[in-house]
Design a binder for this molecule. Structure first.
Ligand code: KG4
Ligand code: ZN
Length: 359
């Protein structure tokens, strides 16, 4: 079946058309996965401003839908009017899916209202999807490896850090999560301390490339504890104290550091964050006899993290399946995939914004 999916939970507006088939192990093809990023709008504020995000989603959704129709409608549809193109597109669609949470409430509502209208006008079933499930299932796009359970799933995004023990594609137990900041949030905050622009993850990764990861011994929070929980707030504070001590500055005034110092801090912070995630994940693999490791969420785009996981999984003899690069950060294709898997389970969600929806 073809699914038209919509994602507006944070600062990316995205509309996708995907094809989905299969039940035990579903497979997906992406016909189009359009993302309009609001990075430039939020950058001056150092983070996402919910009402600006809402305004941008409202503006971008119809633009993306139009671009999608131009991309996927048949050749004979060229030269016809926009409404007719949308009609031609919707003829190919079997279901509309939209993110209902977690995320910023005003932002979620824009996608929900847009999806509701489309579904009503073209008489299509409408399904609500969980954004975190989307990240979890993003490994299914383009995967050629065997999928075996039990598996350990790690979600690392701007708002979440959690470890899951999965006994099947649809059955899992949360075995650990962050007690304070999400790892992506720590990246963003450290970036700000280093005067790198928002969003900080890719900027810190770039700075870290030429830094020495062993130059500063930042703490590896909670590694000595037997649970699978994380804490990144302490690590972030250690970076702040290091900067203060290094520059003899007050915390609230901007730190003046050299590029070399900045790169070393970025690399050392990243080493601590990755080691914490990796060690807890690999301990869970061993203790639960997992056969594969899945990762999802924006931080999974980090090449050092993916490299470290790949190496450790190889050593342990378990499969490591990261998402294809085009579905790692927020996108609607993964929302379509999770809605499809929900329909297989006959799971229906309420079509209202649920900002704190969990897994
Ligand atoms: O999954 P995502 O796109 O949105 C949320 O659901 O939160 O994740 C965004 C987070 C941000 O904190 C961003 O800084 C981080 O993912 N991120 C990265 C990288 N790319 C994005 N963190 C580290 N390295 C990266 N390359
Ligand atoms: Zn996300």
């Amino acid at each position: 079946m073809n699914i038209l999916a919509i994602e507006t939970s944070c600062d990316e507006t995205s509309i996708a058309l995907i094809g989905a088939k299969g039940d035990k192990l579903p497979s997906f093809v992406i016909h189009a996965n359009l993302v309009s990023s609001q990075i430039k709008i939020h950058r001056p504020f150092g983070g996402v401003v919910p009402n600006l995000a809402k305004r941008e989603h409202i503006k971008n959704l119809p633009i993306l839908l139009k671009r999608l129709t131009n991309k996927v409608t048949l050749r004979q549809a060229q030269g016809i009017q926009d409404t007719q193109k949308i009609k031609a597109l919707m003829k190919q669609v079997d279901m509309v899916a939209v993110t209902v949470g977690p995320g910023l409430e005003p932002a979620l509502w824009t996608g929900i209202n847009f999806a509701k209208e489309l579904a009503k006008e073209y008489k299509k079933p409408l399904l609500g999807a969980n954004h975190l499930e989307g990240h979890l299932y993003s490994f299914l796009f383009g995967n050629k490896k065997n999928v075996n359970f039990p598996a350990i799933g790690l979600i690392v995004s701007g708002g979440h850090t959690m470890l899951l023990l999965m006994t099947s594609l649809t059955k899992w137990k949360k075995i650990g999560e962050t007690r304070d900041d999400a790892v992506g949030e720590a990246y963003d905050k450290v970036a700000r301390m280093l005067q790198l622009p928002y969003p900080g993850g890719p900027e810190v990764e770039r700075a870290a490339k030429t830094g020495d990861p062993t130059s500063i011994q930042f703490p590896r929070p909670m590694l000595d504890q037997k649970n699978y929980d994380f804490s990144f707030s302490g690590l972030k504070t250690s970076v702040l104290y290091h900067l203060r001590d290094m520059t003899h500055h007050e915390i609230n005034t901007p730190f003046v550091i050299s590029t070399e110092q900045r790169n070393n801090i970025a690399a050392s912070f990243q080493a601590a964050a990755i080691e914490t995630l990796l060690q807890k994940t690999m301990r869970a693999v061993k203790e639960h006899g997992a056969q594969m490791v899945l990762i999802g969420g924006g931080v999974a785009a980090n090449k050092s993290l993916a490299g470290a996981f790949k190496k450790a999984c190889k050593k342990e003899g378990v499969a490591f399946i990261p998402p294809a690069r085009n579905v790692i950060t927020d996108n609607a294709a993964m929302i379509g995939a999770s809605a499809y898997i929900n329909t297989l389970q006959k799971k229906k969600r309420r079509i209202v914004a649920q900002s704190n929806l969990s897994l």
